[in-house]
Design a protein around this ligand. Sequence first.
Ligand SMILES: Nc1ncnc2c1ncn2[C@@H]1O[C@H](COP(=O)(O)OP(=O)(O)OP(=O)(O)O)[C@@H](O)[C@H]1O
Ligand SMILES: [Mg+2]
Length: 283
Amino acid sequence: MIKVRNLRYKYPNNREYTIKGIDFEIREGEIFGFLGPSAAGKSTTQKILIRLLKGYEGEIEYNGKSLLSYRDDFYEDIGVCFEMPISFSKLTAMENLEFFKKLYRRTVDVEPLLKRMGLWEDRDKKAGEYSKGMKIRLNFIRAMLNNPRVLFLDEPTNGLDPVNARIMKDMILEFKERGGTVFLTSHIMSDVDELCDRVAFIVDGLLREEDSPRNLKLKYGKRTVKVEYKENGNLVAREFGMAEIRTPAFFELLQSKEIETIHSGETTLEDIFIQVTGVALRG
Ligand SMILES: Nc1ncnc2c1ncn2[C@@H]1O[C@H](COP(=O)(O)OP(=O)(O)OP(=O)(O)O)[C@@H](O)[C@H]1O
Ligand SMILES: [Mg+2]
């Protein structure tokens, strides 16, 4: 759906390139996670993909045609959540949505969206009087206004309480089930793990790794099984390699000891993030 080839970008006032030659593809109907440390270039890349930042080098194709060849019809196709929510603070939430609706040819009924996001009762409150989480939820509704084909979400759940984050994640997954495509950045690795079909890691303007969370876990995973058992009244922990769990020694342990817990040594996406990006833990 979106193909990026040798993308380079330098902010006009900077000497260094922020994006230093990256290639990736966002397939139709997938949720593509774009991950990386702070200041790596994630939001910059999103702004380039939505044509907010011009003057990039390299090629970007949307639906088989250069992004540069599209006119405003491109905006009919996309929905965007910026990392900072934007709204007119003096207008109510409803007036904000009515305003943004006028920019599109095709729009949806906002009532179900406001209700789902828990903002229906507060629809006539000024957006400037909204709490942070309310602004974030309103921002997400704005992104969905034109029933987009592609959603660009820059840290969409950042700052939401767990219930609202759950609702938003369900809505993102439902969007995908309807055939939608998503470009998502997030620092919440559990969200990424749950939502994304594939992820790419950007570090200092270059891509390091790109695969499904599952394949990355297999690649970076410890592949061990940890068993805790009681022996002479003491708790003993032993770790076995995956190959070892077929050996008689492992079976004998299971049969002869009082087992308390058994866990496979799952590597989390957070561990992988730290390994791939090489970001040392401070302190
Ligand atoms: N308008 C701008 N002008 C000049 N440099 C900018 C501008 N916006 C961002 N940058 C620089 O580009 C680099 C990448 O910023 P970007 O916002 O893309 O990072 P990010 O990966 O989204 O980080 P975070 O996780 O903190 O949101 C940073 O060094 C930043 O200072
Ligand atoms: Mg950012």
